[in-house]
Design a protein. Structure first.
Lengths: 141, 249, 119
């Protein structure tokens, strides 16, 4: 941009605005933020897989069995391993940011610490996960 | 003070609007002692090597908020960042991210100041109070609610940290929203309704994606990320509750 | 007068879906995508047609599947939309339609299918 002359007749370029492109690559904190955000793709893909599943279920036994077979394919197994990683990263990053989203909780006159909130969240997630898995295994008899 | 026996390279991103269209890096060799801050390093450069280097500073003790800059890519107060911790260097110093560079390490702050003024940063009494009623009384618990948010020194490190502000300079931003929260949470204040418009706008809390780097870099522990994200709940409540009939309707 | 944002609705869906997927997502991916197909921990007939049909016809099962698909989809759509903005893709309306539109389509297909399965 051409410098404009100011009141004293001195040509001066405007204040410089630095470009934002690639901003998240320039700081490890931002890379971790992007990893957190990208876990949403795993959640989206899994929702899509379930949507297809439920559609096939509604189309009868043959359609459903086709979906079951597709889930057994190596591509599907690899995909679900990636989705599993995405889900675990999501759990971690979800509870990591949770204290920041909450108003202070006062227990016994003291504010509950961020790390306590994070640990509680993680614990609940692990317990629920194990419960659901146990329920599934238990329901097979 | 001991004579300096070490030197460190400090690279400064220069911008002289009457000479350049783009910033350019310039390198300086600075002798330093164990107690020297980056600010002192810059002052050495200005005093002894290159008087043209421009930067803001004042108190030298992390309370005035003047000396914010990017030091090795991290928004920092230069008076509170020490050369000994950055050795062997080089130390890369540039103006605070996301803000237009006026000259060298000096950024435009006027938009930030305007935003600060726009949030009604003063006690708006709930009920008109006569002088003869005496002062407001506040319990320690009531003070605790606002103390951390009132610690802001307007250094703008959080704006340099916030990528959402970088992507959209219209975003009210962490520091200003923390100050807004400080007033809403003050037991003496009744101005919450008047400040809702700012919170509810897209450029209010809804531009925030909880990156959290603002709170990471804040030199005063204000935790602006918490202030902003607490108010997403308040704004969402306001959004849905407005459909309920008002009391006495 | 600043324009009020309509973000709150999408943000609440994002929050609910995020919490649900944080609590249930891992177990569900394991059950449907790994344990059953590979027959590890669960028999390969764990999701056989008669069992799954009964599950989906059951009021609670139907509701569970509907809530999982809907909230996972809207959580992801909201976050992906904002991530597009983060990496410089700002075409607001198109991006919104693609992101939230996909969640809407998944919701409709899931509802249609689950209702079609009957009770």
């Amino acid at each position: 941009m051409k410098p404009q002359a100011n009141a004293e007749g001195v040509r001066r370029n405007p204040p410089y605005v630095r470009p934002m492109a690639g901003w998240w690559t320039r700081n490890p904190f931002f890379v971790r933020y992007m990893v957190r955000e990208v876990t949403a793709v795993a959640v989206w893909v899994y929702a899509l897989v379930l949507t297809f599943g439920v559609l096939r279920l509604s189309q009868g036994e043959a359609a459903w069995n086709g979906w079951l077979e597709a889930m057994k394919s190596p591509a599907s197994i690899v995909l679900h391993l990636v989705l599993l990683l995405g889900m675990v990263l999501h759990v971690h990053s979800w509870f990591e940011i949770m204290p920041k989203t909450m108003a202070p909780i006062i227990v016994g006159g003291e504010r509950v610490s961020a790390s306590r909130i994070q640990r509680t969240g993680w614990t609940v997630a692990v317990v629920v996960t194990l419960l659901v898995l146990a329920l599934a295994v238990g329901s097979q008899s | 003070m001991a004579e300096p026996t070490q030197t460190i390279e400090i690279q400064v991103l220069r911008y002289r609007p009457e000479e350049e269209t783009e910033p350019v890096w310039q390198s300086y060799q600075v002798p330093y002692t164990e107690d020297m801050s980056v600010l002192q390093g810059l002052q050495y450069i200005k005093d002894e090597i290159d008087g043209s280097v421009s930067f803001r500073w004042s108190c030298r003790m992390a309370i005035c908020g003047s000396c914010g800059m990017m030091i090795n890519r991290k928004p920092s107060l230069s008076c509170q960042t020490f050369l000994r911790d950055l050795a062997p260097g080089p130390v890369k110093v540039e103006a605070l991210d996301h803000l237009p560079i006026e000259r060298d390490l000096v950024v435009s702050v006027q938009p930030f100041v305007k935003k600060l003024e726009s949030i009604k940063p003063y006690i708006i009494p709930k009920v008109k109070r006569e002088l003869c009623e005496g002062e407001y009384l506040q319990t320690p618990a009531q003070l605790e609610k606002i103390e951390q948010f009132s610690s802001c020194i307007n250094c703008m490190l959080c704006y340099a940290a916030c990528p959402q502000f970088g992507l959209n300079p219209e975003f009210t931003g962490p520091g200003v929203l923390a100050l807004l929260h400080r007033y809403n949470e003050d037991s003496r204040d009744g101005g919450r309704e008047q400040r809702m418009e700012i919170l509810n706008a897209e450029e209010g809390v809804w531009s925030c994606t909880a990156v959290g780097y603002c709170s990471e870099v804040c030199p005063k522990g204000v935790d602006p990320a918490n202030a902003v994200n607490q108010n997403k709940i308040n704004s969402a409540l306001d959004y849905f509750i407005r459909f309920l009939p008002k009391k006495g309707a | 007068m600043k324009k009020r944002s309509n973000a709150p609705f999408f943000w609440l869906m994002f929050g609910a879906g995020g919490m649900l997927s944080a609590l249930f997502g891992t177990a569900l991916v394991i059950i449907t995508g790994l344990a059953t197909p590979l027959g590890i921990g669960l028999k390969t007939d764990f999701m056989a047609y008669p069992r799954m049909l009964a599950f989906a016809q059951n009021f609670i099962g139907k509701g569970f599947v509907m809530v999982v698909i809907t909230l996972f989809a809207w959580h992801a759509a909201h976050r992906i939309f904002h991530s597009l903005h983060d990496v410089g893709i700002h075409s607001g309306t198109v991006a919104k339609l693609l992101c939230y539109g996909s969640a809407f389509v998944m919701t409709v297909i899931a509802a249609y299918s689950l209702l079609g399965i009957g009770f």
